[in-house]
Design a protein around this ligand. Structure first.
Ligand code: GUN
Ligand code: FE
Length: 433
């Protein structure tokens, strides 16, 4: 596969959240891993490049999953009648304890990495567990997948089974630095991310250590925030000195910057919302998880109106489905319910807004990605939607909407990350490129 080439077909993306830009046909230029331009007619200067024509396909930006848990993939779709804290104690913590066994980790992470490679996702922020060998196995598998991922060894030192807790005291630093020593070398696409599980599972000392490491190593951060009412009340009791949940992370230097993502943000206080806006924190909205675990519906319309950064995540396995198209559809659906319960005060999301959340919404955190604007990293999906053909001709916007809602009927022909084609193992990928 050459490093510079052209894809042509129906090209669509959301440079702004308010509408799709659609070209049919469009010529999408990749120059050494970056978008070189999107044209209605290919400029003569590029006429010599290989041009791969997909007259019946959709060409869309790769999707960004800003929050999911690799060890939870194995049991996704179970325990879905529980709320967050019971689900953590009864299912998640016992399951994650199994990753102390390196062989179990390999057996569980191989199918996960394979599924993510063959999904619509090109960028992902992934929680592992607290076990270093298993986390390194996951990092190697994801590196081999060709996707660009952040992977976090989970930090927790209280309120969980012993087998999941970080080493106490001085050893916590040595433990994390030993992981970082391995995780920061030898990877092109896979980067470590600091991962305090959530405030209730971290002592002040552990959060302070993570804040120090963030500064010393310039590392990104991922965690959970204001997901569930019982959890929020618990944080208020555990951290009585902090005026809001986000304030806990902020006190330790773990909230501010475009490289911080916090999952959920379902129940922010007004003060917390203002803090998130000011801090530039990215909220990963996880609609399926928030429904399955009865957490609620995040105020995404308000976040957008107020300038809080928002993107989307599947939150496997609070969310049961790895498909980011499904997450887009879920985001629209739950926003309609929220609109209903706010008596129309918070308007539902449009499809282009939800698509933006799954793409350019995560730009910054994942780097210059998420659209086909010139200079962005070239992450693209080529999708055969011919199974969705209708007796009546479909407009381009209709085809895009049906692709999002009926993603099971799509065939992913090709997937590109930073201009490199991912060799898909779904048995369905197209012939060359
Ligand atoms: N809060 C702390 N841990 C978790 C987790 O694994 N999943 C979700 N959804 N919320 C959490
Ligand atoms: Fe989560």
């Amino acid at each position: 596969m050459p490093s510079s080439f052209v894809l042509s077909g129906l090209v669509a993306h959301t440079p702004t959240k308010d509408r799709f830009q659609i070209m049919e046909p469009g010529y999408l230029l990749c120059l050494d891993g970056q978008v070189g331009g999107l044209f209605e007619r290919l400029p003569q200067a590029y006429a010599g490049l290989p041009c791969y024509d997909f007259p019946r396909a959709l060409i869309l930006p790769g999707l960004c999953d800003a929050h999911l848990h690799a060890p939870q993939y194995a049991y996704r779709g179970t325990g879905m009648d529980l709320q967050l804290l019971d689900w953590l104690n009864r299912i998640t913590f016992p399951q994650e304890s199994l990753y102390a066994d390196a062989l179990h980790a390999l057996h569980a992470y191989e199918p996960f990495a394979d599924a993510l490679k063959n999904s619509f996702t090109t960028r992902a922020a992934v929680f592992a567990t607290s076990h270093t060998p298993a986390t390194m196995t996951l990092m190697r598998l994801l590196e081999r997948s060709g996707l660009c991922c952040y992977v976090g060894k989970v930090s927790m030192d209280r309120n969980a089974p012993e087998s999941l807790l970080s080493a106490p005291g001085a050893d916590a630093r040595a433990d994390l630095e030993a992981w970082l020593g391995d995780a920061l070398t030898g990877f092109e696409r896979t980067r470590p991310i600091l991962t305090p599980r959530f405030a209730p599972s971290c002592s002040d000392a552990l959060l302070a250590l993570l804040g120090e490491l963030r500064k010393a190593y310039r590392l990104p951060v991922q965690s959970h925030l204001s997901e569930n009412l019982d959890e929020v009340a618990w944080v208020r009791r555990l951290f009585a000195q902090d005026s809001c949940y986000a304030g806990v992370y902020d006190r330790f230097g773990l909230l501010r910057g475009e490289d911080v993502v916090m999952a959920h943000g379902v129940h922010p206080t007004p003060e917390e919302e203002a803090l998130l806006r000011e801090a530039g924190t990215l909220i990963a909205h996880c609609p399926a998880s928030n429904t399955n675990l009865a957490s609620g519906i995040a105020p995404v319309r308000r976040y957008l109106d107020e300038g809080v950064r928002v993107c989307l995540g599947t939150d496997i396995a609070g969310g049961h489905d790895l498909s980011m198209f499904r997450a887009i559809a879920d985001a629209v659906q739950v926003s309609k319910l929220r609109s209903h319960f706010t008596h129309g005060a918070e308007k539902p999301l449009t499809l282009s807004e939800a698509f933006y959340l799954a793409t350019k919404g995560a730009a910054g955190f994942f780097g210059p990605v998420g659209s086909f604007e010139t200079g962005r990293e070239f992450d693209a999906l080529v999708l055969d939607d011919s199974a969705l053909a209708s007796p009546l001709p479909l407009s381009a916007p209709e085809r895009i909407e049906r692709a999002v809602y009926l993603d099971r009927e799509l065939v992913l022909l090709h997937k590109f990350v930073r201009g490199q084609r991912i060799p898909l193992g779904n048995g369905k990928e197209g012939a060359s490129p």
